[in-house]
Design a protein around this ligand. Sequence first.
Ligand code: NAP
Length: 279
Amino acid sequence: MYKLIDGKKISQEIKDELKEKAAAMKREGKARALAVIQVGDDPASSVYVGNKKKACDYVGIESQTYKLKEETTQEELLELVEKLNADDAVGGILVQLPLPSHINEYKVLTAISPDKDVDGFHPVNVGNLSIGRPGFVSCTPAGVIQLLKRSGIEIEGKECVIIGRSNIVGKPMAMLLLRENATVTVCHSKTKNLKEIAKRADILVAAVGRPKFVTADFVKEGAVVIDVGINRDQNNKLCGDVDFDSVAEHTSAITPVPGGVGPMTVAMLMYNCVEGFCI
Ligand code: NAP
């Protein structure tokens, strides 16, 4: 019988712990705001921005939302980022992705001060993660580590395989698992013998972006499977990168979609806000 890793419950625990810390910071006059910038009206982005505001309200972090028109120029956006960088009342800055195609995402993300980069996307924070220095860490992979630890799953010495090498999930996931003393293999679209490699994993992390890509023949009996994917299946129903129905019975623990990694991303953003703001 496998254990279902409950991301909703664990993310709630984290937010409740942060609530106390945020209240203490307020009392001590150390609280600072999270500024969230959205350019354009992408409906998915509006939902994500709304969820971040809701989480801030719950934890007790002041949030400022900047909704800019689709036609906003790169210069105007960079001006706003610079203004927020210089504002001591603002402790964290987040630019909701994707940005409209006329704006250079890299230019904007690297304009955010690394000290306020609560998404952990700035090269300085990515570099700090690689060399084992403190800094902001990308929220989704940080959430995966919390899911494992808080479910009592040991990471040290384990063989971990990650499918996916994106800058926001796969690569930082590899660095975090290495930091926890796992032996890590990162796979991608050019990997040969993917199933054989995946089958070696004690902990298999799927961050592929393909609905139900990981089937039972990828999974060693008793492995832990973490599904980062958020996709729609042919019936437009939310599903992960793992074919849960065929895989779950072969695992010792697995995350569902929804209710697994998803809720952890916002919880870890709140963590970055509260912990980072204290530095
Ligand atoms: P991404 O940037 O598209 O990266 C996907 C990765 O999967 C790439 O490294 C790609 O390899 C690899 N890949 C694609 N097809 C493959 C194949 N057939 N075999 C092996 N590897 C393959 O996606 P992402 O941003 O990392 O996101 C991954 C998934 O996680 C998506 O479903 C996304 O919606 C979800 N997500 C969830 C959260 C959350 O909060 N839970 C946060 C972020 C992302 P190449 O590098 O060779 O192209």
